[in-house]
Design a protein around this ligand. Structure first.
Ligand SMILES: Cc1ncc(COP(=O)(O)O)c(C=O)c1O
Length: 439
């Protein structure tokens, strides 16, 4: 007989605990494009878990690689000792990163990758002699994880309030402009001028005080907000002019989500640092990383006395051997199956066409897409209570897993998605959307 599980002890993250525990949605099994609820209902995973299971669920070879690694070397300290698989994985990763970003600092999560990137940027400025550059700039509606650095540069108000003073950081405006850009296919036409705010903020604070700017090339958790055409290039130019480190948080956009390994390549803008996590192991085991330009690594490392630790930062599990084994097996799958390019191929186009076919349903006010990421925004209800979570529950009842934020539903399916899955996503969303009042 199945053991009865109590839902009492687990304090669930980013979840309405009381609501959930009164009516739990339990997923105990997953395979390929599907998850299965505890009563056996098949659920199409249109979110790749939490934007991470890019190779699809239950890839046996990843598990087998991890099991072999546990038998060989389960763990050893990454401080002052190394293991081949950590170095091998780092070398493999930089085959995918933009030209010049050839150094890898391992973390356990996206949040830690963000903290590490911010600290690397600060350490770099200091090592260069820019000792007064310590301010950070983020963006409204940005999500950079939940640690204090990420919260400080992040721009989601509910995440920021209630935790006291944060780090000295300022924020660019977000680039969501439904009035001018609704139903854009791919990158929106309007809004490049918003990049000029970076120039203004740097002038306002004084270039001598600004260390780094961090943006998600496409904001995920803020509602799938795309950069207007030319916007990211302009940020790059302004950072160059003022000796400001440009960080792309690619925790979501990395590993093929947009049809290239990274958004940096897709949008042809090379940042100085890239944060990564999630798809780096296809979500099978926690692992994050910062990819750094060689010049950043060399400046920091060479500024310290010979024989001394150059960067006082790291984690017990930085480059955990079992996570590295999972990551290597993940890269094998990505390459063998051509998954990182699928977003810009036929299936990406089919996904885009499917999403935009929903235009015209009265309750939908915007549809956004790029590669294999998409969003459907619904009209704000008259009572002001966001509708997204209600839509998530309705989709769940119809066998579809989506993510909700405010009045928006986000989609980021595993990169193994086929046309029949796209059809199921679109048919389900259409059925749900037609039941939602326009206002
Ligand atoms: C852009 C971005 N940065 C950072 C994070 C934090 O990653 P983690 O939840 O692994 O700490 C996320 C998570 O969704 C993210 O989307």
């Amino acid at each position: 007989m199945k053991k009865k599980v109590s839902y009492d002890a687990f304090w669930m993250p980013f979840t309405a605990n009381r609501d959930f525990k009164a009516n739990p949605r339990i997923i105990n099994r997953a395979e390929g494009m599907y998850c299965y609820s505890d009563n056996g209902t098949q659920l199409l995973d249109a979110t790749a878990g939490l934007w991470c299971v890019n190779a699809g669920h239950a890839r046996q070879e990843i598990g087998e690689a991890m099991a072999r690694q546990v038998a060989e070397l389960d763990y050893s300290s990454p401080f002052n000792f190394g293991h081949d698989i950590g170095f091998e994985f780092a070398e493999r990763l930089v085959e995918f990163t933009p030209t010049g970003l050839n150094k890898v600092f391992f973390t356990n999560s996206g949040s830690e990758a963000v903290e590490s990137a911010l600290k690397i940027a600060l350490a770099y400025q200091r090592a260069k002699g820019n000792t007064t550059k310590f301010k950070l700039i983020g963006r409204e509606l940005a999500y950079h994880g939940v640690n204090f650095g990420g919260l400080s540069v992040g721009g989601l108000t509910p995440n920021r309030t209630g935790f006291g003073p944060l780090l000295p950081a300022d924020h660019l405006s977000h680039t969501l402009d439904v009035e001018r850009n609704a139903f854009s296919k791919g990158l929106p036409e309007h809004g490049v001028e918003k990049a000029e705010q970076l120039e203004q903020l740097i002038q306002f604070h004084g270039a001598e005080s600004v260390a780094a700017v961090i943006v998600e090339p496409i904001s995920g958790a803020g509602g799938v907000i795309l950069p207007p055409k030319g916007y990211l290039k302009r940020l790059r130019e302004i950072c160059d002019r003022h000796d400001v480190v440009l960080i792309f948080d690619e925790v979501i956009t990395g590993w093929g989500r947009l049809g290239s390994p990274f958004a940096a390549q897709e949008f042809e803008v090379t940042p100085d640092l890239i944060t990564s996590a999630k798809g780096i192991t296809s979500g099978v085991v926690p692992l994050g990383a910062v990819f750094a330009k060689d010049e950043i690594y060399e400046t920091v490392v060479n500024s310290a006395a010979e024989g001394s630790v150059e960067f006082y930062h790291g984690y017990t599990y930085s480059g955990h051997p079992v996570a590295c084994a999972a990551g290597l097996a993940t890269m094998d799958i990505y390459q063998r199956e051509g998954l990182l390019e699928r977003g810009r191929g036929e299936i990406g186009q089919y996904f885009a066409d499917g999403l935009h076919s929903l235009k015209g349903i009265q309750s939908i006010v915007d549809i956004r897409n790029y590669g294999l990421i998409g969003a459907v925004q619904f009209a704000a209800p008259a009572d002001g209570k966001p509708i997204g979570f209600d839509i998530l529950k309705r989709c769940y009842d119809k066998g579809l897993l989506v993510r909700s934020m405010g009045n928006t539903i986000a989609l980021s399916p595993p990169l193994i998605i086929e046309k029949s899955h796209v059809d199921q996503i679109i048919d389900t969303l259409a059925a749900v959307a037609k039941d939602i009042p326009a206002k």
